[in-house]
Design a protein around this ligand. Structure first.
Ligand SMILES: Nc1nc(=O)c2c([nH]1)NC[C@@H]1CN(c3ccc(C(=O)N[C@@H](CCC(=O)O)C(=O)O)cc3)CN21
Ligand SMILES: O=c1ccn([C@H]2C[C@H](O)[C@@H](COP(=O)(O)O)O2)c(=O)[nH]1
Length: 282
């Protein structure tokens, strides 16, 4: 059984058993029919994934690895905020008539900042430090830019990553670890989606910086199950988990900007049946 399935099942049980409902309160998101989208929420969920042990894809149902990597590269590599450069339709509801989601996600990654070492964007700053200063405790990105929030169509949810390198005893290679900070998480639609995205990112950065992969720690401030997702989650966590898939990343790629979705694959990825047409609160 995959470890990621166990973590997911425990988190869902914890939210359902110990979480609190927002029913009847003032909430922002709405369902397609205009009614309020309430949640059962749990504050302060922390999940740890040891990427050296397995790739943390859920087997209870299939995570669309190509689409989620495509979105991660859209933000981290293309540094785009336009849905016309995204191959899925997951952001359509938040885009304007030009396809822009405003000054969110990729827009912030493309902004160049003046550092002592030169003019760089946040992604290049991370790669620079991993290669030149791996013991730095200052390697992090931040998309939650208050001065631009009024021009974002949705505030960033997975808003910050802190990278930290360790060296195991008797090893001459660094291990790359990361903490993903998330302020808000739609557990059914996007929990494993976000986990797989950042697991792939850690694998990619480790490969181009000649490091091993270590832990991904996912810190979630508000982990919630939407009211219309509760029966779907209840059924999902009754399923029998399977073994984790094998993760393949094209070993020939040594430049982060050369990765494409075709350089990532999950082999032997067995899963339970897909839950189709999950309603998304907007
Ligand atoms: N309520 C809500 N939940 C989210 O997860 C979410 C938002 N809003 N707003 C912005 C983005 C868009 N995200 C989304 C939106 C839809 C899916 C979704 O429909 N997922 C399907 C598969 C999609 C595919 O195969 O391409 C799924 O089965 O999980 C996932 C993430 C994550 N974010
Ligand atoms: O990567 C993502 C992006 C969005 N979400 C979810 C979390 C919430 O359910 C909504 C955003 O609503 P807010 O009211 O702004 O919190 O989108 C996610 O889980 N992962």
């Amino acid at each position: 059984m995959s470890i990621a399935d166990g973590i997911f099942i425990d988190m869902c049980k914890d939210i359902l058993e110990n979480g609190v409902s927002t029913e009847g309160e003032k909430v922002r998101p709405k369902w397609e029919d205009g009614s309020d989208a309430y949640t059962i929420k749990r504050f302060g969920v922390v999940n740890r994934y040891d990427l050296s042990k397995e790739f943390p894809a859920l087997t209870l149902r299939r995570t669309a690895i190509k689409s989620c990597v495509d979105e991660m590269l859209w933000i981290w590599q293309k540094k785009s905020n336009n849905i016309h450069e995204l191959n899925s339709h997951i952001w359509d509801s938040w885009a304007d008539e030009t396809g822009s989601i405003g000054k969110a996600y990729g827009y912030q990654m493309a902004v160049k900042h003046q550092y002592k070492e030169g003019l760089m964007d946040q992604v290049d700053r991370v790669i620079y430090d991993l290669k030149n200063n791996p013991y730095s405790r200052r390697i992090m990105t931040n998309l939650y830019v208050h001065q631009d929030l009024s021009e974002m169509n949705l505030y960033p949810c997975a808003y910050s990553v802190t990278f930290n390198c360790t060296k195991e005893k008797d090893s001459n290679q660094f291990t790359l670890n990361a903490i993903l900070n998330q302020r808000s998480q739609d557990v059914l639609a996007a929990n494993n989606w976000n986990v797989c995205q950042y697991a792939v990112l850690v694998h990619m950065l480790a490969q181009v910086c000649d490091m091993k992969v270590g832990e991904l720690v996912h810190v979630i401030a508000d982990a919630h199950i939407y009211d219309r997702h509760v029966p779907l989650i209840q059924e999902l966590i009754q399923r029998e988990p399977m073994d984790a898939p094998d993760f393949w990343l094209n070993p020939d790629i040594k430049d982060f900007y050369e990765f494409t979705v075709n350089d990532v694959r999950l082999d032997n990825y067995q899963t339970g049946p897909q839950i189709t047409n999950i309603p998304i609160a907007v």
